[in-house]
Design a protein around this ligand. Structure first.
Ligand code: C2E
Ligand code: MG
Ligand code: MG
Ligand code: MG
Length: 277
């Protein structure tokens, strides 16, 4: 009897393993197709300068516009894209599309703001990334000062020299780099002071769960940023209390649902007419 049960367990295990594998394969195939058909869409979330209360940036956030399933959030396809290497092509599309769109808005007379693009680790390790971004800027005609790249701490660990060279390449192009989800990864003060960065982005974890410790961490990150001549932005600002707290701590910029969720392209102009606080 015990033997039978074990056998069943194994069957179930084997079946679910196969199912998971099939699912992954299907998704991988669909992702390939989606990239070919450009079935992706960028949403944009405003970044607000505390001092002026004005929008100074828009973060581009990718969604997969699936023919049957509708809009799929990035956490459901970015990891697989990263694993399979598809992220390189997808990421390239995201940068080009974000630059093209930002230039278009500027030409249409919207206030000039930065567009922030998230880079994945694999994408960042591409040898020709800097040259690639340079040609995208040339093709789209976007002034480099209006592009910002967001990298995470996780990629800041491997191959230090290569990372510094890439970051210097961005600096020479006139493109700013922000360190995203700051505080959740392998922060090393050595890297933060050595890397040519322009901004730290405090992870929303610290904003949304304001324990005594997290408050202390937020204060420290803001002080650290300013001592190193970096700007600092907080993500995940959902209500007025969050905003008041960050304002009191001298945080330079804020981003979060309190101002706006990420919106599709056609709603971006409305953000600029809306009174923000
Ligand atoms: P992220 O770069 O940290 O982006 C911020 C995420 O937090 C976004 O989720 C945004 O919708 C969400 N968010 C913003 N404000 C609030 C708030 O007040 N409260 C809460 N609860 N959430 C808020 P989204 O769009 O689902 O993106 C998730 C992650 O996927 C991003 O995190 C980024 O790491 C990744 N991602 C998105 N687009 C791209 C892309 O084009 N390329 C790469 N490599 N990664 C991307
Ligand atoms: Mg980001
Ligand atoms: Mg973030
Ligand atoms: Mg985050």
């Amino acid at each position: 009897l015990i033997k039978e049960e074990n056998k069943n367990d194994y069957q179930i295990f084997k079946t679910s393993l196969t199912e998971g594998f099939k699912e992954r394969l299907t998704m991988e195939n669909e992702l390939h197709k989606a990239i070919k058909n450009q079935d992706f869409e960028l949403f944009f979330q405003p970044q607000i300068e505390m001092k002026s209360k004005k929008i100074i940036g828009l973060e581009a956030l990718c969604r997969w516009n699936h023919p049957e399933k509708g809009l799929i959030p990035p956490k459901e396809f970015i990891p697989l894209s990263e694993k399979t290497g598809l992220i390189v092509e997808l990421g390239d599309w995201v940068i080009r599309e974000a630059c093209r769109q930002n230039k278009l808005w500027q030409d249409l007379g919207l206030p000039k703001v930065k567009v922030s693009v998230n880079l994945s680790a694999r994408q960042f390790l591409q040898r020709d990334l800097v040259r690639n971004i340079e040609s995208i800027l040339n093709e789209t005609g976007l002034d480099p000062q209006y592009l910002e790249l967001e990298i995470t701490e996780s990629m800041a660990m491997s191959n230090e020299q290569f990372i510094i060279e890439t970051l210097k390449g961005f600096q020479q192009l006139g493109v700013n780099v922000a360190l995203d989800d700051f505080g959740t990864g392998y922060s090393s003060l050595k890297y933060i002071s050595q890397f040519p960065l322009s901004k730290l982005k405090i992870d929303r974890l610290f904003i949304q769960n304001r324990t005594e410790q997290n408050v202390a961490i937020v204060k420290t990150i803001i002080h650290l940023s300013h001592s190193l001549n970096l700007k600092v932005i907080a993500e995940g600002v959902e209500n007025e209390e969050d905003l008041l707290f960050l304002n009191g701590e001298n945080c330079d910029e804020v981003q979060g649902f309190y101002f706006s969720k990420p919106v599709p392209v056609k709603e971006v102009d409305l953000l600029f007419n809306k009174k923000l606080s």
